[in-house]
Ligand binder design. Sequence first.
Ligand code: KE4
Length: 429
Amino acid sequence: MKYQRSSALFKEAQQYIPGGVNSPVRAFKAVGGTPVFVKEAKGAYLYDEDGNTLIDYISSWGPLILGHAYEPVIEAVIDKAKKGTSFGMPTEIETELAKLAISMVPNVDKIRFVNSGTEACMSAIRLARGFTGKDKIIKFAGCYHGHADAFLIQAGSGAVTFGSPNSPGVTEGTARDTLLATYNDLDSVDALLKANKGDIAAVIIEPVAGNMGCIIPSETFIHGLRERCTRENILLIFDEVMTGFRLAAGGAQEVLGVNADLVTFGKVIGGGLPVGAFAARKEIMDHLAPEGPVYQAGTLSGNPLAMSAGLAMLSSLNQQPAIFQSLDKKTKYLHEGIEKVLTDHGIPHQINRFGSMISVHFTEDPVTDFESAAKGNNETFKKYFHGMLRQGIYLPPSAFESYFLNDALSYEDIESTIAALQTIAPDLK
Ligand code: KE4
């Protein structure tokens, strides 16, 4: 693999864009080396600026669950673009996507579209505070809900790489209203509930976490949160930006059998264009402007171009629910292949998998929260990442991320991935 053009493009980009990227995790800071500049993509394959073909395991960090340049989405976007891209006026397609999303997701009556997962989570918190009249929120160390101030308190994803649990620029006042609990640890939640009785508006959680690598909730954890929120009149917010329309049509609520009070979405719901959303029962959503007093707005929210991509994507998933089982089976196949190679080579590892979310951690101990995820051997991870990249496999460039499989991946692609690991495994010891 050669990367001359990517290197030259990165050098130039750094003169005009901070760090040469528009989102930090793309800069390879956690793994070192030069980020790969992609030229185009189709199905499961990325074609980079140096002519290399890579099998893609991030799918743009989740949105492209049916693969790159998925025909129905592309055609819908082209058709819509010819009629205008955005009007700042209501359009029918917003209602069409709203109705479809609501029909797929349990326990929600209304939905508001925004332009990113961050906006969705930020708005959901404001709505929860406005609805309950309370100020504090509980989040979990290592969970990432986007880059709004309230969340950059021991966030996961790229924020971890930068070792800045509380990002500069986040005020003490903001941090005071964000309480930190430990994932999979109900005692840590109980301690906060006791110390802040009557002050907590919401608990926000990734119901299956993907920003510490993939972290699976224990059998009792999510149900325990539900019970506590109901008892204490606290809104339970599922951040389903990753899990929504990925784990199942109904997302984590469906697969875990737990209803949240508010649900946020991003990624898949936009089919690769910028769409976020948050949804809840009518009683809560009608507190939002212009119906109610809680303000939230956006110039490009619900723009018909992005709506057309989201509608094509969700329609495809809704019409072919077998896709979710297909993705689960492919991810299981990948899991078993990686497991065998790393075990045969005596490399300490944990593999966490839930549906089509999976992560590999180079540690002896089970990875169940941020602290145990942070024990992974990052030097081994770096060798793993770059070794696989040299073999033409594009994995997330951080140990604190989940892989996102897309259904364009074939079993041959997965076998090539496992063979690539077989080739590099001796270097991982
Ligand atoms: P965006 O603002 O990036 O659309 O969504 C923020 C967000 C919210 N909630 C969850 C559970 C998320 O995973 C994300 C964003 N995910 C990261 C990947 N870990 C996006 C990649 C990036 O930051 O470039």
